[in-house]
Every structure is written in C-alpha cells, then in structure tokens.
Design a protein around this ligand. Structure first.
Ligand code: DLZ
Ligand code: SF4
Length: 507
C-alpha cells in the first residue's frame, strides 16, 4: 500500500522512524504552512532555521531517490491538514498516512482528526529519536508521588551506559553540579563562535521571512546558524573542542554583551532533528575518556540531555492538556512591553532580552534567573510568559518550552518539576554576572528610589504567596529571613513593591 509520509519541520532526521521503511511508491510530504508558522509569533530566525533546514532536508531525500512533494510558503497553504488534503487529491493512490509522533499536543489533536477526514488509516510511529519513549516514562512515573529529575536521570545513565563503569557512575558520583557554579573573571578568554554563511537556499528564505513576517521579533538578515545535519555536527564538534572543557565551570555565569560564553547553542539543532542526542552524548563521553574535557563538564552536559530534556518531554506528554492550564500562584499581570523590545533600565533584563532579539537564543541562566525570575517575582501572566518563550527561542517547541517555563521558571505547576520556586533577589544576578556594575539601579538597595527592582519584588513575592509557599520545606530559610525583618522594614518593602508593580512598564 503506497503511503503519504508527512515529515514535520522539527523532524529533520535521516533516521526518523517514518522514513525507515520508505518504498519506491511512497511519497514524502513536507510543507511550510501558515498555521505552523504563526500559531505563535515566532522569532524571524526561528522561521529561517526551520524553513531553510526543511528545504535542505527535502533536497537530501530527493537525492536519495525518494519522491518528495514540497509545499513552500508562497503557495499559501493554511495548515498541515490542508497540505495533506492537497497531496491526497494529487496522488489518490496514497492509501495510508504515516507520521512520526509530533512534538505538540495542539498538533496531535489536529492529526487525530485525519483518519475520519481522509478516510485512510493514519499510522503514528514512535519518535525514537528520544531515548525514553512515552510509555517508558509513564512506567517510570507511575506510583511515584513526586517526579524528580535526578532519579530519572540515574535510570537513564544505567539504561544508556553513558559515563558508567561496572554499573556505577564514573567518578563515584552521579551529579557534579556543585562544582558548576563559578562566576566568570574579567580575564577569562572566551572561545570563538562558529557562524555559517547563508547559502542560496537560506538567502531565499531570509528574503521571504523579512517580507512575510516583517513584524515578528528579530532580524532574519543576521541569521548565521547551521541548516544541515553536516553543519550542525560541525557546530557541535566545535563546541566540544572549544567550549565544553569549561562548560561545567561557567554553566551559570553571565557576562555583559556575551550571549554565548561556554554554551553549545545546539539545542535548536537537536530539537529540529539536525543533531542526534545519542551521537552528541557519545562525542561528549569520548572527549572525557580521551582526557580532553573534565568530568564535571561532560557529566553536566550529558545530564541536560538524557536527564533534563527527556524528563521534561516525558512530563509534558504525561500531564497534557491539563498541565497547560495550571497557574498555582494565580499570576495574571500582563507581560511588560520590554519583553519584546529590551527597552528597560534593568541591565540584566536588557541583556537577556536583547540577546534574544539578536540571536533567537539566550542561555539557560538568562532564561531561568533573569527573564523567568522577573516574571515569577512580578507575577506575570503564566499564559503570556509561556507564549513569549515559545515564540522567541529558536529551540522552542511546546514539549520542551512549557514544562521549563510554566513548571521550572514560574512554579505554576505547584512543584511538579522543581521542588521550590527559583525566586532570587538581585544578589544572585550580581554574584553570577557583571551586569549590576553598569545598571541604572543599585543592587545593594531595596527600598530607595533607584533600588534594584528584583530586591523588593523578591520579598514581596514571598509575602504575597505566603499561604501557598511557607509550608514548603525548601523555602524555610527564605521565610525566616523575611520574618526576621522589623515590621517597619517589611512595610517599606511592601510599599516599594506595590509602586514597582504599578509602574512595571517603566522599569
Ligand atoms: C515551528 C514550525 C514552523 C515555524 N513552521 C513549520 C512549517 O511550516 N511546517 C512544519 O511542518 N513545521 C513547522 N514548524 C514545526 C512544527 O510547528 C512542529 O512540528 C510542531 O510544533 C510539533 O512540534
Ligand atoms: Fe538586574 Fe538589579 Fe543588577 Fe540591575 S541591579 S542588573 S536590575 S539585578
């Protein structure tokens, strides 16, 4: 039976399950469609990455002799459903629709309507690019009262054998996070960043995106990311050689005007399929075995992939669609305009947001402890914050974005993902960056006119959520510090926080 195989924009992997058994009579369909390109106002560079990588991937399949139908954006097709309908009209001999399971609940619902709509069986294959299947995760999660990444991660280390020796973790410890919290010194030399010159296909996509998505965030003309598997592997090997050795040490550091530091910038390639997680982890393990990178760097990096990344995906599919509705702390304040423009006097926010505008990327501490922390402290609308993260980062698909934002950054899931809110005052940002030195606000102040907004908002966050958070064992120290303040000081802080929240747009 001839099949229509739909390959999505984040399924650009030669080893994709739906492509494993392509027969000469089958047809692969790839489509740039309005609904996927605009269900959230994606950053221009995110659209360039996906469209260009899709076009390159389609060309590779064609070179392998596979029949490919490619619908480009100019054909103005509204949705993937319409793309499938067009393809089936053109090729009625295709009697079955085949797809590797997709990455978002929203689209899964759409796909589920196809069987009756198109009167053909729809075969959804497991996305085994992930190490843990949905069933494997569900099995791990069942009967657990709490889901903790650390225990899941240990299972994954045993399962993959990565950094394991005789059934035990290499180095005698599962996790070396404690040695991964160094701030950068001004003298630290930063490694070179690899950029790719856009080829003709990418240039065409850049022109398309500049024209069709003119009001979306960012500048497509600054695009310099990899768009093929070969380039993405080159980018990753560059990271292993230049950044990985110090990745562990400086994982949480932030530096003025330095968006990349020692990070791999490869999540966008992994999440659209250009890089394979097993290949990536094996390269990192090999670099450790060859003595090129220390264990804290290799372990820290591998944990992000086989631990955290797989864990959040498992939770997403376990808890959707109800998960998306959660708002434990009742956060409703509209997102301030500077999340889209970076026009704020808060240097840390200006840095994290301007890096985002420029590169469709900022690293995890900027996302968690600057823009995420601010959203948590100010009680910004969970829905609007989640939509922002989904739109502005080139690596963002809902399976990974939602748990990281709603759960980890905003604690809106009541601690399913994180055992306590990642709330921090300006002191944390001062310790981990050099931002405060050039900020209009004073990080040492809490209530004075130019005091760092993070400070009063931090205490106010504790105060306003006291009923919901003060019972949390891991919040005890924070609450003790709050109660230790005099009544007068607490009143001044509350007053300052009220003023900040009224004038949130002007900060
Ligand atoms: C993100 C994205 C964008 C911008 N455009 C397309 C597209 O035109 N066609 C397509 O197949 N996929 C696109 N994607 C990726 C999908 O949105 C992604 O497959 C789903 O969100 C599921 O993860
Ligand atoms: Fe951010 Fe406050 Fe430091 Fe300014 S002083 S950079 S607002 S933490």
């Amino acid at each position: 039976m001839a099949k229509l195989i739909l390959v999505l924009g984040d399924q650009l992997s030669p080893a994709l399950s739906s492509l494993r058994d392509v027969q000469p009579q089958d047809r692969v369909l790839m489509a740039e469609v309005a609904s996927e390109a605009s269900y959230t106002p994606h950053h221009k560079q995110k659209i360039v990455l996906i469209f260009s990588a899709m076009r390159h991937f389609a060309a590779v399949l064609q070179q392998q002799g596979i029949q490919v139908s490619y619908i480009d954006y100019q054909q103005k097709v509204s949705s993937l459903t319409e793309a499938v309908a067009i393809e089936l009209r053109r090729h009625p001999q295709l009697q079955q629709i085949c797809i590797t399971e997709c990455g978002e609940y929203r689209l899964e619902q759409e796909i589920q309507s196809w069987q009756s709509q198109f009167q053909r069986p729809v075969v959804q294959l497991e996305d085994d690019r992930f190490i843990a299947s949905k069933a494997m995760f569900r099995h791990w999660a069942q009967d657990r009262k709490q889901y903790r990444m650390e225990y899941f991660y240990r299972e994954m280390r045993r399962y993959t054998g990565l950094l394991m020796q005789d059934g035990l973790p290499v180095g005698g410890q599962w996790n070396f996070d404690a040695s991964n919290r160094k701030a950068l010194s001004a003298k630290q030399q930063l490694p070179p960043v690899l950029r790719f010159e856009p080829d003709e296909i990418t240039q065409q996509v850049i022109a398309l995106v500049q024209q069709q998505f003119a009001t979306n965030m960012g500048n497509a003309e600054q695009f310099s990311y990899a768009v093929t598997g070969k380039q993405a592997r080159q980018a990753f090997l560059h990271f292993v050689e230049h950044q990985l050795p110090l990745f562990g040490d400086y994982q949480d550091a932030m530096q003025l005007d330095e968006p990349h530091l020692f990070h791999s910038i490869c999540s966008m390639y992994l999440n659209c399929g250009l890089l394979d997680v097993r290949w990536v982890c094996q390269k990192v393990e090999l670099a450790y075995k060859e003595g090129k990178v220390p264990l804290n760097a290799a372990e820290g990096f591998i944990r992000q992939l086989i631990g955290w990344r797989e864990f959040v995906r498992g939770l997403y599919w376990l808890l959707m669609p109800e998960y998306k509705e959660r708002n434990f702390l009742q956060a409703q304040t509209p997102l301030p305009g500077y999340y889209w423009t970076a026009q704020t006097k808060m240097r840390c926010m200006q840095q994290a947001i301007s890096h985002t505008i420029e590169h469709a990327y900022s690293h995890h501490i900027q996302r968690l402890m600057v823009t995420g922390n601010f959203a948590l402290l100010a009680g910004l609308s969970v829905e609007q914050v989640c939509n922002w993260y989904l739109a502005v980062y080139a690596d963002a698909y809902e399976w990974v974005e939602l748990p990281n934002t709603l759960g980890m950054a905003l604690f809106a899931d009541e601690g399913v993902l994180a055992s306590k809110p990642y709330a921090a005052s300006g002191k944390y940002i001062q310790r981990m960056s050099n931002y405060c030195k050039s900020c209009a606000y004073d990080v040492a102040e809490t209530t004075s006119p130019n005091a760092c907004p993070f400070n009063a908002l931090y205490w106010n966050f504790l105060e306003r959520n006291q009923a919901l958070l003060s019972g949390n064992a891991r919040m005890q120290l924070s609450y003790q510090n709050w109660y230790r303040k005099s009544d007068e000081e607490r009143a001044q802080i509350s007053d300052k926080a009220r003023q900040l929240l009224i004038h949130l747009e002007q900060l």
